[in-house]
Design a protein around this ligand. Structure first.
Ligand SMILES: *Cc1c(COP(=O)(O)O)cnc(C)c1O
Length: 332
């Protein structure tokens, strides 16, 4: 696929490593598990939004924007990284935070919230859970424009056909690494939230004929609702890059690891975060990758994989929020 024709800023001047998780795999007694370390992507604290922002910020600059406006949950990694990209480009950044759990916003909180202030956010607006986030961002954009400036709205999670190009590119990067190192994988496990990662990655894997099943682990929605959200995005990403649309049966979403909802801790998440930290010294987060890894662990225990399988876990980052959520993963 020719991604060279899309405008892009480069925030990670290297490929993220693929590492075998030997001690973790041994502890599980299942297949060989590997991680693609997208937690080591560029911009403050790394994580998957960095890949999306390479394309989104290029588009913003192309359109003459001087201010990025975006939204997320109160400990949003996406907001942290959008702000970081703005800083790097000399742009201003305003955030709209959705208080999905009532009372959960604390201006003095640690984790990403601390980084919002540290990186010099221009303004934060907090709105109640369930608000129309696009409408709220448009309000902020109008405010910015009333000051004679030019706003660019980055959608939630950076998940549109532009941001998702970052994960089409990730699939191509992975394919190149697999060739360079003589590696092959039987399955790839990805998180599925706002969907740009899952959608872009699937389009990349399918469009490059890699023939590896992509298993999505939902972090908030039921399988049906998540697929309803994902499939239109998959179609628009595939159309945008000009490659075939993956058929519906390639879209796999597990929803049994969500627990009580987005950001709510589960026992499986706690076990996953602790196990990876204590066998590989790799940090996951409680909202996304902890639940994604809980899914992988459960599939291993259910005998889903053959012992000879090689399973790649796409580590999308999130550890900066761990410092805020320490109590939901380790007892006092
Ligand atoms: C945003 C995020 C995800 C989910 O990615 P989507 O593209 O929104 O589905 C997964 N992991 C981390 C750490 C994230 O910040």
């Amino acid at each position: 696929m020719n991604l060279g024709r899309f405008k892009r800023r480069i925030y990670t001047p290297y490929y993220t490593p693929i590492q075998e998780l030997k001690r973790f795999s041994e502890a599980l007694g299942g297949p060989k598990v590997f991680a693609k370390r997208d937690d080591l992507l560029g911009l403050s604290g790394g994580g998957n939004k960095t890949r999306k922002l390479e394309f989104l910020v290029a588009d913003a600059l192309d359109k003459g924007a001087d201010t990025l406006v975006t939204c997320g949950a109160v400990q949003s990694n996406h907001c942290r990284l959008t702000l970081a990209a703005a800083v790097k480009e000399g742009l201003k950044c305003r955030l709209v935070l959705e208080e999905r759990i009532p009372g959960s916003y604390d201006p003095n909180a640690s984790g990403n919230n601390f980084l919002f202030r540290m990186l010099g956010v221009e303004a934060i607006t907090v709105v109640p859970g369930g608000s129309d986030m696009m409408a709220e961002m448009k309000k902020i954009a109008r405010e910015v424009e009333s000051l004679g400036r030019q706003a660019y709205i980055v959608p939630g999670g950076g998940s549109n056909e532009i941001g998702s190009l970052g994960y089409v590119q990730c699939a191509q990067e992975l394919q190149q690494q697999m060739f360079d190192y003589g590696m092959d994988f039987d399955y790839i496990v990805v998180p599925s939230g706002s969907g740009g990662t899952h959608a872009g990655f699937l389009v990349g894997v399918y469009g490059n004929n890699m023939n590896i099943p992509v298993l999505g682990v939902s972090v908030s929605r039921s399988t049906d609702v998540q697929i309803e959200k994902l499939y239109p995005l998959i179609k628009s990403v595939a159309t945008h890059v000009g490659c075939p649309i993956p058929p519906m049966e390639k879209v796999i979403v597990y929803d049994e690891y969500v627990g009580e909802g987005y950001g709510r801790p589960t026992d499986g998440m706690k076990e996953a975060v602790q196990l990876l930290a204590q066998t590989e010294a790799i940090l996951l987060d409680t909202v996304y990758t902890g639940k994604q890894m809980a899914g992988l662990i459960d599939l291993v225990r259910k005998g889903f994989f053959k012992p000879t399988d090689k399973v790649l876990f796409l580590h999308t980052g999130g550890a900066p929020s761990l410092y805020h959520y320490s109590k939901s993963v380790l007892p006092d």
